[in-house]
Design a protein around this ligand. Structure first.
Ligand SMILES: *Cc1c(COP(=O)(O)O)cnc(C)c1O
Length: 357
């Protein structure tokens, strides 16, 4: 069997969450966002399981080509565009559709010689201030791209900065700016990430671009995934590899930060930051042992964590643990560790075997 750390993957949950996207945005087509190796779940597995998605969104040509090699025939969007002019030939040959967000890229397209014209997504910066053209520049850029032999179909996209906050004025302003500058140009349009799908129905437009909600994470502040009818796709599991009786006053782990307040059972489990479990998870972070909550104690090591087993004195070597997933939301663990579910999921290390259940 070997080391017991595993990321269990639930295909039914992934499909259920896609169903939730379609239920909430019934008129939109779905670009399933699968960048960062399907948010850590495995690019090819996610794409195969989501065969009902209308398109896929990735971060690089390499990810796009991985999908094509896995037999994906649907449109694939490169969400951060292309990085070098020399990529254009590959994009054309593999039918990868880049986001075009910068004047240098427009220039590259104007001079490019490609096998077949590229479908592109023209990116408007409506307030995120990361990438994209200013709304006022949009019509000029659109005219230039329409004149390019290397450019086929053009669609328009923007991205929200604050859609996780309900009724946020900045999101409303982004939607209005996009409407003003991208609607009525005969283009298909896309605004909504997961938070847009769930909280901003007026942003659904022609295409929605859900990521985290497909994997069962909540994109909304103060709303649990469960309350949003989303199911966890990944359950990170391992097992107890030691149980010790410690004495009152004994220090546990690196730095000796944790001191046993009384004589108590302490468990050791085979998972650590080398697997992607967050090193900054503090004492008190919940872990399920045999389905019941116990608390992390001491510092997270590379390969191991320690647990306060006072509420589970019967727990023994070999008993199963859940770090997040079924029964323990990844959002809760992320909040404890001062991060977001996205980071925890896409950081699950390669050494953790993905096991489809
Ligand atoms: C990552 C990404 C998404 C998906 O965002 P979620 O919050 O995970 O739904 C959508 N659009 C773009 C441009 C992205 O980069």
């Amino acid at each position: 069997m070997g080391r017991p750390a595993r990321a269990l993957l639930d295909a039914g949950a992934l499909r259920h969450n896609l169903g939730e996207v379609k239920r909430r945005a019934p008129r939109a087509r779905v670009m399933a966002i699968v960048k960062a190796s399907g948010y850590g779940h495995g690019l090819a597995w996610v794409a195969r399981t989501l065969a009902d998605a209308d398109a896929f969104g990735v971060a690089s040509v390499e990810e796009g080509m991985t999908l094509r090699a896995a037999g994906v025939t649907r449109p694939i969007c490169l969400l951060a565009g292309f990085f070098e002019d020399s990529e254009l030939d590959l994009l054309s040959r593999h039918r990868l559709s880049p986001v075009v967000h910068h004047a240098d890229q427009v220039h590259a397209l104007e001079t490019a010689q490609v096998e077949a014209p590229l479908s592109i997504w023209l990116k408007l910066d409506t307030g995120m201030h990361r990438i994209g053209f200013a709304p006022e520049a949009f019509d000029d850029v659109l005219a230039r791209l329409r004149a390019c032999a290397a450019v086929g179909e053009i669609r328009a996209m923007t991205h929200f900065a604050n859609a996780d906050a309900a009724a946020d004025a900045a999101t409303r302003a982004q939607i209005e700016a996009f409407r003003r500058h991208a609607d009525d140009r005969g283009l298909e349009t896309s605004l909504a990430n997961s938070a847009g799908v769930l909280a901003w129905p007026e942003s659904h437009a022609d295409w929605v671009r859900p990521g985290i909600m497909l994997y069962g994470g909540s994109p909304l502040l103060g709303k649990s995934a469960e309350a949003l009818d989303l199911k966890p796709v990944m359950t990170l599991t391992t097992a107890l590899i030691a149980v010790h009786r410690r004495r009152k006053g004994e220090a546990v782990g690196y730095g000796g930060d944790y001191r046993c307040p009384e004589d108590m059972p302490v468990g050791v489990a085979a998972i650590g930051y080398g697997d992607g479990y967050p090193r900054h998870a503090p004492a008190g972070t919940p872990v399920l042992v045999n389905g019941r909550r116990v608390s992390l104690i001491g510092r997270v090591s590379m390969d191991m964590i320690m647990l306060d087993l006072r509420t589970q004195p019967e727990a023994k070597v070999g008993d199963p643990l859940v770090l997040w997933g079924e029964g323990l939301s990844v959002d809760e663990i992320a909040a404890r560790a001062g991060t977001i579910s996205y980071e925890l999921l896409c950081r699950v290390a390669e050494r953790v075997p993905r096991v489809v259940i």
